[in-house]
Ligand binder design. Structure first.
Ligand code: 5GP
Ligand code: ZN
Length: 112
């Protein structure tokens, strides 16, 4: 399957790795929308949050267990925002589930 984030997880495409465990991989976004902008993705290909099921949701819970570790590694003690875009209206451009972690400044109150 031709998936950019699966290729990044495999190491076929280089990325600025922040954190990795058995279930997830976190790396810096190539086009940052905040001073610190990281992506966390499951190591299992799940197309979007709309494809989360009872069978694959362990990957999602493991991602959220990793979030505080990633935030610490990025020095985001003042806070951050987690976003997952879904489908056309959500402006999802890469069809592999990912959670944006944005921080490093006070973010806009406008989310949409
Ligand atoms: P989406 O728009 O699907 O929610 O987010 C996809 C994100 O992936 C975008 O923020 C984009 O900058 C990032 N991205 C796209 N291609 C690459 C890449 O090759 N490497 C990295 N590190 N990030 C990428
Ligand atoms: Zn994938």
């Amino acid at each position: 399957m031709d998936c950019l984030f699966c290729a990044i997880i495999k190491g076929d495409i280089p990325s600025g790795k922040v954190y990795e465990d058995e279930y997830c991989y976190a790396f810096m976004d190539i086009n940052p929308q905040a001073p610190k902008h990281c992506l966390i993705v499951p190591k299992l290909h799940i197309a979007s949050a709309d494809e989360i099921t009872e069978e694959n949701s362990v990957y999602v819970s493991k991602i959220f267990e990793a979030v505080p570790k990633v935030a610490k590694l990025l020095d985001l003690s003042d806070g951050y925002r987690i976003i997952s875009n879904v489908g056309e209206h959500g402006c999802q451009s890469v069809k592999h589930l990912h959670f944006h972690i944005l921080g490093g400044k006070k973010l806009s109150e406008n989310m949409g």
